[in-house]
Design a protein around this ligand. Structure first.
Ligand code: KIV
Ligand code: NA
Length: 275
């Protein structure tokens, strides 16, 4: 199992960190086998697995339920679990209560928090409690309703400067890693130079210390919107569709089950049964 210090070493030695989201047992197993460095149980769960419109509907219970499954599938991989919308924005007590529950019950190695401002105080609080924190800056899906949708962030000099300052503040508060979402590649590079903790980009160019993608985007599974910054490496959805169509057709046409898929009684038992 890698530790936060191993990721700092990877940054120093220019070895890219591969992060991927996972939400269940088989995908976590496959990701671990493929050599993914960090698994993120993202609240993108709400959209790609649970069929919600936004991540705002995801609960602490949802994150725990899926986090546990991912841990069972990837026992040797560093796992980050998202704190869901609203679970770290109330009092310090409530934030700590939610964080400790998610951390303990899932067996995660770190929790991820979106944003700056008061969230940076919560980052310090969790870190001091002994829970490693991954920060998330740039496009913040949990705040999309206020920000007016999903747009590239940090495009002006002012906004870029603020984001760099936020990243520095996250590191000072004890964050062990920073996810940078949907920012110009020049800013991705600048933030990565400004902090000594690893940066993990999604739509932030090649200059960050690692990359993260959503599992379902990476293998094209599902009919959700796939953003511009995604590259898909497989088309699993088509495979599944073809497979399921085959199953339906074969049951309808009585080609399945065939002789090899059935059980049989001995002749003498049939005689005893029917005479
Ligand atoms: O929830 C998620 O999948 C994320 C990644 C996009 C970083 O937060
Ligand atoms: Na997320």
């Amino acid at each position: 199992m890698k530790r936060t210090t191993d990721f700092q070493k990877m940054k120093k030695e220019n070895e890219k960190i591969v992060m991927l989201t996972a939400y269940d047992y088989p995908s976590a197993q496959l990701a671990e086998e493929a050599g993914v460095d960090v698994l993120l149980v993202g609240d993108s769960l709400g959209m790609v697995v649970l069929g919600y419109e936004t991540t705002a509907a995801v609960t602490v219970e949802d994150m725990i339920h899926h986090g546990k499954a991912v841990r069972r599938g990837a026992k040797e991989t560093f796992i980050v679990v998202d704190m869901p919308f609203g679970s770290y924005h109330g009092s310090e007590d409530r934030t700590l209560q939610s964080a400790i529950r998610i951390f303990q019950e899932t067996g995660a190695n770190a929790l991820k928090l979106e944003g700056s401002g008061k969230v940076i105080e919560m980052t310090r609080l969790l870190t001091e409690t002994g829970i490693p924190v991954v920060s998330h800056l740039g496009l913040l899906p949990q705040s999309a309703a206020v920000a007016g949708g999903y747009k590239v962030q940090g495009k002006t000099a002012d906004a870029a400067e603020r984001l760099i300052q936020d990243a520095v503040a996250c590191e000072a508060a004890g964050a062990c890693m920073i996810v940078l979402e949907c920012i110009p590649y020049q800013l991705g590079e600048a933030v990565s130079k400004a902090v000594s903790i690893p940066t993990i980009g999604i739509g932030a160019g090649a200059g960050t210390d690692g990359q993260v993608l959503v599992f379902h985007d990476t293998v094209l599974y599902g009919n959700h919107h796939v953003p511009k910054f995604v590259k898909s490496y497989a088309t699993i959805g088509n495979e599944i569709r073809n497979g399921l169509q085959g199953y339906v057709q074969e049951v309808k046409s009585v080609r399945f089950p065939s002789d090899q898929h059935r059980f049989s009684m001995h002749e003498q038992e049939l005689v005893a049964l029917y005479g």
